[in-house]
Design a protein around this ligand. Structure first.
Ligand code: HEC
Ligand code: HEC
Ligand code: HEC
Ligand code: HEC
Ligand code: HEC
Length: 173
């Protein structure tokens, strides 16, 4: 069934003006150097802070696309006192004082034309973060561990009998 589906998709794709060429992804990707040496292994692993305390996953009715990044106030809730003499925390405190978001470099990205919702996957379909992002709580520095290319999306949709028509992810709206 899924092979047939794949062949149908391939035929459809060939018929498009712009043929689908898989996005280039090197997996595992290189470690991404961030403006502040923040560690998931320390915060989510050792300290056991829940993923959704920092990545709030807004409801679908309220722009459920993003996972979101934590505001500097979330960090300063602890770091106004913890390790405040550390050079890394001083950089953090400067951003917080200016009320400026830390310019975190992105690890996972799909093009803006793609309809992808965290809320649908995490809250409705109950997919674990680790299925799409790997064992984040064990990483000091993040890197791309999983594909977010079209073939990976479609393979999981086929497995879960989720919709796989082109306009599921490529909305014509
Ligand atoms: C619930 C409290 C808490 C929150 C919230 C928190 N941290 Fe931490 N953070 C800690 C603790 C505790 C340590 C020290 C761990 C250790 O003993 O090494 C730490 C360590 C660090 C360090 C290493 C400092 C050093 O020089 O050793 C950095 C950098 C850091 N945190 C950045 C952040 C950032 C950025 C955020 C927000 C995204 C954040 N933290 C949110 C508690 C917190
Ligand atoms: C204390 C706050 C905090 C907690 C708790 C936390 N994160 Fe993060 N997360 C961050 C910050 C800050 C960044 C940006 C820096 C980086 O990429 O390491 C980030 C980045 C990410 C990214 C990369 C996003 C992208 O594409 O650029 C993923 C994926 C992620 N977190 C998943 C998780 C998961 C899964 C958990 C729970 C196991 C978790 N995070 C817990 C603060 C947090
Ligand atoms: C079904 C796969 C999937 C699951 C499950 C998933 N993510 Fe993501 N995540 C993605 C994709 C795809 C992107 C890139 C989205 C984009 O570029 O718009 C992404 C991007 C992110 C980002 C970057 C910032 C943002 O707001 O989009 C963070 C942070 C993140 N994910 C954290 C998490 C956390 C935490 C969980 C679990 C609570 C989680 N993700 C569950 C696929 C997933
Ligand atoms: C680990 C499995 C998995 C991965 C990977 C995955 N999805 Fe999904 N997706 C699901 C499931 C399960 C549903 C829920 C289907 C339902 O309940 O109708 C879903 C639902 C959706 C929906 C809503 C469909 C609808 O009309 O209800 C969209 C859009 C979507 N996914 C896009 C994507 C995109 C884009 C990617 C890749 C970046 C992706 N998904 C990766 C499992 C996955
Ligand atoms: C489950 C989600 C999903 C479905 C279903 C899906 N796509 Fe995609 N598509 C993506 C994602 C994510 C990307 C961007 C990443 C990549 O290029 O692999 C993409 C990229 C593309 C691109 C390249 C776009 C560009 O600007 O480079 C084309 C062309 C395309 N898709 C056509 C199709 C056609 C035709 C179908 C129906 C047979 C389809 N897609 C079904 C998720 C999906």
């Amino acid at each position: 069934m899924s092979l047939l589906r794949f062949l149908c998709s391939a035929a459809l794709l060939a018929a498009q003006d712009r043929e689908y060429k898989p996005k280039e992804e090197k997996i595992p990707g290189p470690p991404i150097e961030q403006p502040i040496a923040y560690s998931h292994k320390v915060h989510a692993g050792r300290l056991g802070i829940k993923c959704t305390m920092c990545h709030t996953i807004p409801a679908a009715s309220d722009d459920g696309f993003r996972a979101t990044f934590p505001s500097e106030r979330t960090c300063m809730g602890c770091h106004a006192s913890i390790k405040k003499d550390s050079p890394a925390i001083q950089i953090l405190a400067e951003f917080a004082a200016k009320k400026e978001a830390v310019p975190w470099k992105r690890v996972y990205r799909v093009p803006d034309i793609i309809w992808f919702s965290h809320s649908v996957h995490v809250k409705e379909a109950k997919v674990e973060c680790a299925t799409c992002h790997g064992d984040v709580a064990q990483r000091d520095v993040l890197f791309q561990e999983k594909s977010v290319g079209m073939m990976a999306c479609m393979a999981c949709h086929a497995e879960h009998k989720a919709p796989n028509g082109c306009d599921t992810c490529h909305s014509s709206q």
